[in-house]
Design a binder for this molecule. Structure first.
Ligand code: GLU
Length: 474
């Protein structure tokens, strides 16, 4: 049997991290079993579903690299099929018409509550029986599923273990509303059946629906899939993860400078483990993933760990991969990399110092853009009179350099130190401020190499002019 899983979001908002983790687990399980992954958009709630949300979900999935083998299917395009199945159940007397009005149901519920009984729909309630007997064909009605009265529904949840619910706890669910539209729990079953879904991985907020859905599968004569219900994600304060905790939309993580591989690695570990391994390549995730190693308990989101992982991925990923995702931030910060070094070389040099792609873009700027001012603090400290001699000597050597290599630039700095009998700091820091504009950068010889000879010369001249002006004003 080919394993087939699905992700079935309702398009009522963006793709949030909880949904993304469910999608990832579902995707990973399919991949780990050599199976297929289906994307289904559950848009039956027409009031709350929007095209914008559909687009945001697709964009989020694509950004995460969670590609689907089938779909996206849209529930709103499948109403005829759902209705066909409702009619089938009606014809087999596994479903029935109920004419009880909302007012009557409210009245019965109030009675039940007053008698301290469980408030529920009861098909045998004398008032409901009376209404249904008196009704004529064509009167407004809903279709209810005839839930079994006896026994219980038992299933083996892959995460939570055996779950058993007595049928006496389940009432006869509405499967078609008065307006003719099929209801959510019914559509899900018909879809999962039609789409050949073997494993349903979803949030534990759906666990109460599962026994009802299992009864519907059985009534339809459909095979019941295996279920895995994932626990919630909490904020670092223990409350349910929400906007209050910062980014919750997957695309916001893109905006904040995370690599999708870092977020995937973070999310896979948020509630799943394989020994004490923290870093997983995509291939390793696929190889090691299993549903029963997902934790039953809720997991708390930890932004520091995500940042740590992001730094790891920026440092260790192929620079081409980082470059592909950095481009959005370069564009966002209006940094044009056409006139300057190859971006992958900048990434190799600067990447390890950065926790996010925002920082990496910021720290790439001076390789591509000239600046008109030095950072005030760094300039005050390092572009002083004493730096004039060393910078002048460095300038003449840099101008004379024929072979613009990091090694030769290292040599230039060493010669300046030797000839002027000064320590490395006396030329290294002024040079750094001169060529980068600020006091922090990777090794200054490598930085100068990438910035290029022409720019380095003009920036040292600018630093010398700054010192001259400062001295004139002193
Ligand atoms: N559409 C449901 C949701 O977004 C998911 C249903 C399911 O996975 O069965 O919560």
């Amino acid at each position: 049997m080919t394993v087939k899983t699905r992700f079935a979001p309702s398009p009522t908002g963006y793709l949030h991290v909880g949904g993304a983790r469910t999608a990832l687990y579902s995707w990973l399980y399919a991949k780990s079993q050599g199976g297929e992954f289906v994307l289904r958009i559950e848009d039956t709630d027409i009031e709350r579903s929007t095209q914008e949300a559909v687009d945001a979900i697709l964009e989020g999935m694509q950004w995460m690299g969670l590609d689907w083998d089938e779909g996206p299917y849209y529930q709103t395009k499948r109403f005829d099929r759902y209705n066909e199945m409702v009619d089938k159940l009606l014809a087999e007397d596994k479903a029935y018409k109920c004419y009880a009005s909302k007012e009557l149901l409210d009245e019965i519920r109030a009675e039940q509550e007053a008698n301290k009984e469980m408030a529920r729909y009861d098909a045998n309630h004398p008032k409901i029986v009376a209404v249904n007997q008196a009704a004529k064909d064509g009167d407004p009605c809903v279709i209810r599923f005839r839930n079994p009265k006896e026994g219980s529904v038992v299933f083996e949840d892959q995460i939570r273990g055996r779950i058993e619910i007595a049928n006496s706890q389940l009432d006869d669910l509405i499967i078609r509303r008065t307006d003719g539209s099929p209801t959510y729990n019914f559509c899900v079953v018909v879809d999962d059946w039609d789409m050949g879904i073997t494993h349903v991985v979803r949030g534990e907020d759906h666990i109460n629906n599962t026994p009802r859905q299992i009864n519907i599968y059985e009534a339809l004569g459909a095979p019941v899939p295996t279920f895995a219900h994932c626990a919630m994600i909490l904020g670092d304060d223990g409350a349910k993860l929400s906007k209050r905790h910062g980014a919750v939309s997957v695309m916001q993580y893109r905006d904040e400078g995370y690599l999708p591989n870092a977020l995937n690695n973070y999310l896979v570990r948020l509630g799943w483990s394989h020994g004490d391994q923290e870093i997983f390549s995509r291939e390793e995730m696929i190889e090691f993933f299993s549903l029963n190693a997902i934790s039953k308990s809720a997991s708390a989101f930890n932004t520091d760990k995500l940042l740590w992982l992001n730094n790891h991925y920026i440092k260790t990923s192929e620079p081409e991969y980082v470059a592909e995702h950095l481009q959005w931030h370069l564009d966002n910060q209006s940094i044009n990399i056409e006139n300057g070094p190859v971006i992958t070389d900048v990434i190799k040099l600067v990447g390890e110092r950065c926790n996010t792609l925002i920082e990496l873009a910021e720290q790439s700027r001076y390789f591509y853009e000239d600046f008109s001012e030095f950072e005030a603090g760094a300039a005050k400290k390092h572009l002083r009179g004493v730096a004039k001699g060393p910078l002048e000597l460095a300038l003449s050597k840099v101008e004379a350099l024929n072979d613009w290599t990091t090694e030769n630039l290292h040599g230039v700095i060493a010669q300046v130190c030797e000839e002027l009998e000064i320590g490395m700091g006396k030329i290294g820091m002024p040079l750094r401020v001169a060529v980068t504009g600020g006091g922090q950068s990777p090794s200054v010889d490598a930085v100068m190499q990438l910035i290029g000879q022409e720019r380095v010369i003009s920036r040292i001249k600018m630093a010398l002019a700054f010192i001259a002006e400062r001295e004139a004003n002193a």
